[in-house]
Design a protein around this ligand. Structure first.
Ligand SMILES: Cc1ncc(COP(=O)(O)O)c(C=O)c1O
Length: 343
């Protein structure tokens, strides 16, 4: 039986062409800044995001930790959505390693707005912690792959400028957000001081993320990366996969979004699922299983070869990616219609 793995876009595998780019890459010692392929990737990432410089880091988690360490560390507060990745899935690294305090902020669809941010600012009294950074996630994973509109990005950025705060964007799926909203990547990034995006998710590289910002910031980020044990040597073999991903795999994200729409429309029709179609914006979709237990529905799906994760007692997440073609999606839709489950 064919397996359709919808658990995450982190499951994408490097293609034959990507592997060829990896094994033919020129390499050097990156701690000496002498790996030509890493340097090329960093230049490319800076150019794409419109920032002055970029740093290749091992993961999205490290790409979030370093800027928050630099801009909020040792007692500073970070305003972030209550369902952000940094709160739920990064092992409290902000408190454990950076010494910063994440503050959970309310926001519909994972979007932060000035009215909610304002509630968390404190008077400048010596015994009160002070907010240093606003962290925005775009697209927002746990809220369903949702994206900031341009005016929403501007509102957060204006609020940050007014209050002398930095903005960090967790753009693990930045290119999905750009594709879905039609806002150019550079324009999205112009509303954040620092941006992290992942090569290893929908873009299909096996490892790595890019941290982008000013030259001064990236020079400091390089120091903190080394301190965290993230200084890599001949990692050009990994960077080559990243370059390949950026040159070949951005435009195809549209297909993942179309496939997510197809799945969502079938889920809206089957009796065992409930979904609000307007919530599906990119390649991530969540649906309710109503009174049925999510784990029972996950088992029923698995019997048809569809792998998915329970995201709550009555919630399931599907993520589309390059390992799921449009043909596969049609077949998954047929299989979904065949499932019958009562509890
Ligand atoms: C929104 C978001 N940010 C950050 C990360 C962390 O990326 P990594 O798993 O590479 O540390 C993820 C991973 O899924 C994510 O979804």
């Amino acid at each position: 039986m064919k397996k359709y793995d919808l658990r995450s876009d982190t499951l994408t595998l490097p293609s034959k062409e990507m592997r060829k780019a990896m094994y033919t890459a020129d390499v050097g010692d990156d701690v000496y800044a002498e790996d030509p392929t890493i340097n090329k990737l960093q230049d490319l990432a800076a150019k794409l995001t419109g920032k002055r410089a970029a740093l290749f880091v091992s993961s999205g988690s490290m790409g979030n930790l370093i800027p928050l360490y630099i801009n909020a560390g040792k007692g500073g507060e970070i305003l972030t959505h209550k369902n952000s990745h940094i709160i739920h899935y990064e092992l409290s690294s902000l408190s454990a390693l950076a010494g910063a305090m994440p503050v959970a902020v309310e926001g519909k669809r994972g979007i932060l707005i000035p009215e909610e941010l304002q509630k968390h600012l404190r008077p400048d009294i010596y015994y009160m912690p002070q907010v240093k950074v606003i962290e925005i996630e775009n697209s927002h994973n746990k809220e369903g792959g949702t994206c900031y509109k341009l005016e929403e990005l501007k509102a957060v950025n204006d609020f940050a400028r007014k209050n002398n705060l930095k903005v960090h964007m967790d753009g693990a799926r930045l290119f999905n957000a750009a594709e879905a909203t039609g806002i150019p990547v550079k324009k999205i990034c112009s509303h954040a001081d620092t941006v992290t995006f992942c090569l290893s998710k929908g873009l299909g590289a096996p490892v790595g993320s890019m941290l982008c910002g000013t030259e001064k910031f990236i020079a400091e980020a390089r120091r903190i990366r080394k301190m965290l044990g993230g200084g890599m040597r001949q990692a050009g073999v990994l960077a080559a996969a990243g370059i390949y991903a950026l040159e070949h795999n951005i435009t195809r994200l549209k297909t993942d979004h179309e496939n997510a729409q197809l799945l969502a429309h079938v889920l809206a029709e089957v009796p065992w699922a409930e979904i609000e179609l307007s919530t599906v914006e990119t390649n991530i979709l969540y649906f309710s299983t109503g009174k049925r237990k999510a784990e029972n529905v996950v088992s029923a799906l698995a019997k048809k070869g569809i792998l998915a994760g329970a995201a709550g007692p009555h919630t399931i997440r599907f993520v589309t990616h390059m390992g799921i073609s449009s043909e596969d999606t049609k077949e998954i839709c047929n299989l979904l219609k065949q499932i019958s489950i009562t509890k």
